[in-house]
Structures are given as C-alpha cells and as structure tokens.
Design a protein around this ligand. Sequence first.
Ligand code: C2O
Ligand code: CU
Length: 550
Amino acid sequence: TTIPTINWVLNETSYTRLCSTKKILTVNGLFPGPALRVHKGDRVRVNVANQGKYNVTLHWHGVKQPRNPWSDGPEYITQCPIKPGANFTYDLIFSSEEGTIWWHAHSDWSRATVHGPIIIYPKNGTTYPFSTPDDEFPLVLASWFKGDVMENIETALTSGGEPNKSDALTINGQPGVLYNCSQEGTYKIMFEYGKTYLLRLINAIMNEEMFFKIAHHSFTVVGLDGAYIKPLVTDFIFITPGQAMDILITANQTPSHYYMAARAYSGVVYDNTTTTAIVQYNGNYTAPSAPAFPTLPGYNDTDRVTDFTRQLKALDSKDHPADVPKTVDTQMFVTISVNTLPCDTNGTCSGPDGNKLAASLNNVSFVTPEVDVLQAYYRNLSGIFETNFPNMPSTVFNYTADDLSDDLLLPETGTKAKVVEYNTTVEIIFQGTNVMSAAENHPMHLHGYSFYLIAKGYGNFDNATDPELYNLVDPPEVNTVGVPKNGWAVIRFRADNPGVWFMHCHLERHSSWGMDTVLIVKNGKTEATSMLPPPKADAIVPTIMLHTLP
Ligand code: C2O
Ligand code: CU
C-alpha cells in the first residue's frame, strides 16, 4: 500500500488583527493552520516546503512515533532545521492515539502562528466510546503578537529579560469582541437545537494556562491528549498549553446567541485579556443585542483548577484499557526552576542584578546544541551532548519555601540527557520550586510517549506519605502535565520507544530559558522491532497527492 503524502507550504502571509496588518509565518496561508485528519493506525507523510524566511521544523505533539524519532521534529533535538527554500518530508506513524492532539512548529517562537489540529478518528469499523456526535468543531486557542514573534527568542536568550506579552489571545485565529477592531471577525460556530457536537479544544497559547466556558451550556469531557477519559460533566474547562480535549456539548438552550470565552489562570501571566467567540443557534428569533456571557473562574482560582484536574481519569474500558506500570525500574526526581545566569553580553542584560533570566530542570539550564542530539547519538558523535543529567540537585531544599538559598539561583548550563534502558518502567516526580519567588504552574511535555499522571499535590513531595495518593488503576494517559504552582506531579510510563525524546516546559518563555532536557531510550537487545532504525535518506522525496484524507 502507498502511504498518502500531503503537501504543506510554509510562507509569510498578511493578516490583520488588532487594527494592524503584518506578515506571519503560516502553513498554506492559514492561521490557525490546516487540520490533519486521520484514523487510528494510519501512516501519512507531510512534505513541508519552507518558503518563509526563517529556519523551521514541525512537531506532531502527542504522536508517539514508535521507533520514528527522525520525524518527531524539535529543532536540534531530532533534526536540523528546514532552511528557507528547502523541503523536508515527515513520516507520521499513528499508533495508539485516538481523539484530538495537534501539530506545531518547533523552532524558536514560530509555533505562535504555525500550528493546527490533528484529529484521529477511530479505526474504520470501530466507533467512539460515546454516541457519535452530529458534528464537530476544532477550537484552537492561540496568542497574537503585534510585533515580530522572533524578537522574543532574542530577548529570552541574549538580553535575558521577559519576552513580550502577547497582545491578544485568540479562538481559531480571532481575538473576539473585547479587543479593538475585532468585532467583525469574531469566530462563530452554528448550533442546531437538539444536536450534540464534539468540540476539539487545543491550547496552542505560548505562555498561559486557560479557563474556557460557554454561557448557559455544560460540557462532557470525553478525551484528553489523544486518549479517552471517563465522561466528566462540568460547566468550565481548564486546559494547559500543549493539552487537547474532546468535549461533548448538547445544543439544549433557548435558540439564541451565546458567548464562549477563555482567559488565563494565574496571577503571573502575561496576557490577562479575554478572548471570545460566538455560538449561534439556527432558527427564527431576534438576535440578542448582548448575548449571554459566561462567568469564568477568577484568574487565580486555584481551587477550580485542582478540582477540575483531579477529576480527569482514564476511561479504562475493555477497548481502551489503562495499563499503568505497577513497579518502577528508574525513578527520576526533577525540580523545575526559574533562575538567572550571568550576562554574556557585558552588562546589557535586563534580568535581576544585571543577569539574564534563565530556567532549569534539576538546576541544569539546557543549551541547544548545533547538531541534533538524535544524529549525534545515532552516529556516536562526541561533544554534542552528555549523558549526565542529574538524578536530583545535590542539595535537598524546601523547594516551595519563600526564602530559597541563592545556590539555586545560578544553575549550570549544558546539553545533558537522561538515558534509560529499553522497556524498563520510569517514574518521574516533578517538583515545582519557588526560586526567585517565581512559582508558577509548569506544563511539562514529553515527546515520543504518553504517560500516566498518577498523582499531583501542593508543597514538597513527601516520599513517606505521598505515594499513598497514587492512582495506579485509572489515571489519565497524557503527553503534558500541568505541574501545580509550588507543588508536584508524578508520572509513570514504560520506556518502549527507543530514540531521543525532548522533555520540556510548554510555556515558551521557560523552554527558551532552558527548562528542557532530553530522554534517551536505548535499543532493545534482541528483536529488531526494539531498535532505532537508521535515518531516512536525506534526499527530499518528490511528492504526489495520492489521495485526500478523510
Ligand atoms: Cu508541543 Cu516539544 O512540544
Ligand atoms: Cu515552565
């Protein structure tokens, strides 16, 4: 059988938002980008022609890509960038994912405009584990910057200050009525009374965790990060950057217009504005001059966040079983901090004390190499990365205290990877810290895997008592976990996907500052199917549109 190939062109396209026009990098001229629609188990190639002016790579967030890190995408981790004028073909292997995930650029800050949904339908001949919805709407939350988004990587890496705030948050590319010059374009979805819709909600926002709500309607969340969950009835959603949710909604209210709205959670966010869109019922009625507006949780309503996230449980049915590792071969303890590093540009840094802002995992601030780690690992090149990512910082602190020692202010720098044996089980305890009194939630994302989120809590993780909280029966299987502010989260997975996999905070400014590391999963010893295959030929395969995807 032939593998279908889709052709995507990356180009600069003019968009007008917030009363001004600028060129943004897009796929096929679209913002948000095109949806990739496949069925579980499919294989698809995406040929990317870079006609923009920046180096770019694309990443398939939540696609596990078994034995296929060559097509995973993070720049200088699994590939070198696609240069302006060049092509690259990604080979996407869909294995166990089902539901909504997404794709995005994975170089510098270009994902601000280069992203879109990945929709994975059940395998032909199988159905959803809920009544088939009448229709569906992808809803992509994103950030809009009036300036050039690429300035932000400069700021983050060179002068060391805070990158720019986004100027608006958007729903499917539109800021909505609460922003200047945005009334007209406000995004709208149409409902038919009595029908049930599947909303495929994606948080593609650069730096904010979000609350989302639709006036007068309630939701049933049925999927998270490309896996089904036990139906969760709620009137609001909390979604962290990197996450995607499948949400059922029934059009059971008086036919009218209703607002949907989303805004950030947490006091330290950049953009505290509210993005809106409209739900419009079909029918003969007088449109209200002021449609009902949802009451979102307060921007700092941590209780609602905790409440929502602890109710997310794997569906764990016969067709979609949860399979949590019951024993642990490798345990990692990973502290997450925002820190500072000495200024390397002689006094021009704008962080605290003339230093630059930085971020770290286990007090190592990640340095992006110049040759991708995967190539270096496969070809045994030395000097590109080290395999000594620490198991934990050398000194144990009260991580969430207000007066943390200055030792934690200056992390080391390096390209350090953690190596684990094939098919062993891994547990990671993520511990948030309050270094520089900068405690925040951190959406930690791992490439190449989904993992079980077995527990979360506030304060310092306590090895004596917290394991009693572990859910080893039906924890959600996710690819991104929001590690709570001044708290911890524990995940488990089986390391059955050999290769080089990036792990990082999905807040773009933290990732740019070095809140990243690399997980290397070694080859198995016996079966060929446990080995990392060689890289694909570098040559660009000419592509033909073989058939259109569903
Ligand atoms: Cu969605 Cu490495 O990211
Ligand atoms: Cu972070």
